[in-house]
Design a binder for this molecule. Structure first.
Ligand SMILES: Nc1nc2c(c(=O)[nH]1)N(C=O)[C@@H](CNc1ccc(C(=O)N[C@@H](CCC(=O)O)C(=O)O)cc1)CN2
Ligand SMILES: Nc1ncnc2c1ncn2[C@@H]1O[C@H](COP(=O)(O)OP(=O)(O)OP(=O)(O)O)[C@@H](O)[C@H]1O
Length: 177
């Protein structure tokens, strides 16, 4: 199966659940993530601010921002920039896709990032990841080599085999539920 076809299939499955159901389904995923040693030991963590069709993250970003430095991605043309999450009040809709992004100072110390919680359309047990098809994460994951990369997804997104190419970066761990 090619990437496009798998994205289409997952989209159908996502539409079978309401946003509220997806928030509920995200709870056990976060319970597991919070027990994980990479997470426990991480001081600086790149997370994401979820859209309605993704594993929900908002409450967890807010919850952990007191204890850890939480970074969020900001779309800038073809690349992602990173900024520190400093509360919901300092989030603004980004230049594309309407995803909320932190305003404020750019964060460029990529070597200090301990862990990345990576969104994805699908993952497999080899740690391969299928994204939304813009290559944003593939680029940023190459610049943050030291960070542990942890994909999170619903069970229906954890598939037998994700189609990959040379540019795709593997996850160290995939937490699904
Ligand atoms: N929550 C969240 N934030 C994120 C990402 C993400 O996947 N999730 N990104 C990860 O890269 C970056 C934004 N990239 C995105 C790329 C495509 C679409 C999107 O909605 N695409 C449509 C396809 C139609 C179109 O191309 O416009 C879709 O998937 O239905 C959204 C965000 C940075 N921030
Ligand atoms: N490191 C990279 N540098 C430049 N271009 C890249 C890189 N990684 C991927 N691309 C390009 O980006 C496009 C999308 O790639 P792909 O379909 O693998 O994205 P994805 O991993 O599904 O999406 P995303 O990372 O945005 O969630 C392709 O044209 C690919 O060649």
């Amino acid at each position: 199966m090619d990437k496009k076809e798998l994205r289409k299939q997952i989209k159908v499955l996502k539409n079978q659940y309401s946003p509220e159901q997806k928030v509920e389904m995200s709870r056990p995923i976060w319970n597991e993530l919070e027990q994980n040693v990479f997470f426990k030991e991480a001081h600086t963590l790149l997370a994401y601010w979820s859209m309605d069709d993704e594993v929900f993250t908002h409450d967890y970003v807010v919850k952990w921002a007191g204890e850890k430095r939480i970074l969020l991605p900001c779309v800038k043309g073809d690349v992602l920039e990173l900024r520190v999450f400093e509360g919901m009040e300092s989030l603004k809709a980004g230049e594309s896709f309407g995803i909320l992004e932190p305003v404020g100072e750019l964060y460029t110390d990529y070597d200090s990032i301990d862990m990345i919680v990576v969104p994805g359309v699908a993952f497999d047990r080899q740690g391969n990841r299928l994204g939304r098809g813009r290559g944003y994460y593939d680029k940023i994951l190459k610049e943050t080599r030291a960070a542990k990369k942890v994909g999170i997804c619903f069970d229906f997104q954890f598939v037998e085999e994700v189609p990959v190419d040379e540019l795709d970066v593997r996850m160290d761990l995939v937490v699904h539920g």
